[in-house]
Design a binder for this molecule. Structure first.
Ligand code: PLP
Length: 356
């Protein structure tokens, strides 16, 4: 049976990226060696790294004065590295979910943390607006896509202080005005590649800001001076990212991907909004294009398990909502074809016809 992969992360990748990664494991570009067996300092790997960085720059239209580096430790290690490097007195954070809270927690190890606004009062079902960013903060940290709750900041905001964004789950899903950010980072395993690599886009003038002594591996400039090669980088994960970037380029770039993402999300949100049985959990102006969360209306609540079973018989994978939200979550990352979203909508409509 065909499987429709709605997993939240690690999650669906372009089929071509998976296939080409498999080939590179067996024999990289016909050199007679596996990608897994060559030195990270070989010319073969350097070419992979260079192309990955070049495509990142091209697809996100990254202006001069920024560096793209690949690190280990996941987005979670960035929660600690960011304040370690940049929080000298005070930092500002926007609290839009569990990942934002985890970033805030790490910030507090290093100085004063000012949570400028929070949507915790409504279980993070909206993006706060109308807050002021303190002009004396060392930086302002946001989470652009809240993977668990399905809310997203889909605009590039102005900030009076360096803006730092966790884009783990919506990187490359839309064009971004990188010049508005001091740093953009994320784990690759949602929308870019396999687990094991973290991308960091950092403005060079940030690199000199750290006031304290920091262990070598946790200092950003260590990884920008010898770009991604201070120590052994996650070579395989980087390779799969490269294949994903090549795929995005082949489709016409991020603008084309965004149009597809909008079409997919509209299809599913439309079905939810027209349904007698299902209802969305996120304020309409804050809805994510990447993670679409919905539950059953009160009078049908007892049918949620039955729908989960029904959806399974239709090949739906990974649509169970996070335990802190309940219901359902369909992750519709870049690599998800619209046909799969249509299959989910068909399953929802069929179930509703029988049960409501
Ligand atoms: C998954 C996720 C993380 C955690 O990433 P790790 O690489 O597992 O540390 C952080 N932020 C967001 C928005 C996420 O979706």
């Amino acid at each position: 049976m065909k499987k429709y992969n709605f997993n939240a992360g690690p999650s669906i990748l372009p089929r071509i990226a998976v296939e080409n990664s498999a080939k590179a494991i067996l024999d990289l570009n016909g050199i007679g060696l596996s990608l897994l067996e060559i030195s990270h300092r070989s010319k073969d790997f350097q070419a992979i790294l260079d192309e990955t960085v070049a495509l990142f720059n091209e697809l996100l239209n990254i202006p001069a004065g920024y560096q793209v580096i690949f690190l280990g430790g996941g987005a979670s290690l960035q929660f600690c590295m960011i304040p370690y490097n940049f929080l000298n007195k005070k930092a500002a954070y926007l609290e839009t979910g569990v990942w934002a809270q985890k970033a805030i927690k790490e910030g507090k190890f290093f100085g004063e943390v000012n949570v400028v606004a929070s949507s915790a009062d409504k279980n993070f079902c909206y993006i706060p607006t109308g807050y002021a960013i303190p002009t004396d903060a060392d930086y302002f940290h946001i989470t652009t896509n809240n993977t668990i709750y399905g809310s997203e900041i889909r605009y590039d905001m102005d900030s009076p202080v360096p803006l730092i964004a966790d884009m783990s789950s919506d990187i490359l899903s839309r064009p971004v005005d990188v010049s508005k950010y001091a740093m953009i980072y994320g784990g690759a395993q949602k929308n870019l590649g396999p687990a094991g690599v973290t991308f960091v886009i950092i403005k060079e003038d940030m690199l000199v800001k750290a006031d304290r002594k920091i262990p070598t591996m946790l200092t950003y400039s260590t990884h920008t001076k010898e770009p991604s090669l201070y120590n052994t980088p996650p070579v395989f994960a980087i390779y799969t990212c490269l294949e994903t970037l090549r795929w995005i380029k082949s489709l016409g770039g991020v603008k084309a991907i965004e149009a597809m993402n909008i079409a997919k999300a509209e299809l599913l949100y439309d079905a939810i909004d027209k349904s007698r049985m299902f209802v969305g959990t996120v304020a309409k102006d804050s809805r994510s294009l990447m993670n679409i969360c919905f539950i059953m209306k009160d009078q049908y609540k007892d049918k949620e398990d039955a729908f989960m079973e029904f959806a399974k018989t239709k090949g739906m994978i990974g649509i169970k909502g996070h335990r802190s939200v309940g219901g359902f979550r369909a992750s519709t990352y870049n690599a998800m074809p619209i046909e799969s979203v249509q299959a989910l909508v068909d399953a929802m409509n069929e179930f509703e016809k029988i049960n409501a």
